[in-house]
Design a protein around this ligand. Structure first.
Ligand SMILES: [Zn+2]
Length: 154
């Protein structure tokens, strides 16, 4: 097996998704190739990090509260831009969710490494969502309802 082929199979190997014969060829290449061996180790480390990152469900009404918060800040400006406003708002919410999810995952990675329970509690408290106002459930329907609502003034 050549490096080009071995490199394409590293992820599948880590996921144990190779056929037995492919696996055998791959392993024999790895034993004799330092470069591919290093990439394999890096890939394994990344897989382990993601596997150890704990998953959290968003609390009840989370998406709705994010939307309400975004609209509260941007609403006046966006309302004058319909229908582009709907797309912009959806994009902002998607971005906010990605940023928050990434933050939660990396925060947990850091905390898991330190095993710092007090710190963990402090961080969770900082990220507490009680600061958002109450709003509908974070279902797609809830998001849609929030998007379609003409306004939520304070
Ligand atoms: Zn190689």
């Amino acid at each position: 097996m050549k490096c080009v082929h071995a490199k394409k199979k590293i992820s599948q190997y880590v996921d144990d998704a190779l056929r037995p014969d492919e696996k055998k060829d791959f392993e024999s290449h790895i034993r004799s190739c330092t470069s591919c061996g290093e990439i394999l180790e890096e890939t394994r480390t990344i897989h382990r990090l993601f596997a150890s990152a704990r998953k959290f469900s968003a609390p009840y009404g989370f998406a709705g509260r994010v939307l309400a918060n975004v609209e509260e800040k941007e609403g006046a400006r966006l309302r004058s831009l319909r229908p582009r406003a709907l797309f912009l708002r959806a994009a902002q919410v998607a971005l906010a969710l990605v940023v928050m999810t990434t933050g939660i995952i990396s925060g947990n990675l850091l905390l898991a490494e330190n095993g710092d329970h007090m710190g963990q509690r402090a961080v969770r408290k900082t990220f507490s969502l009680d600061l958002f106002q109450a709003a509908p459930p974070d279902s797609m329907g809830g998001i849609y309802a929030t998007l379609m609502r003409p306004s939520h003034e304070r």
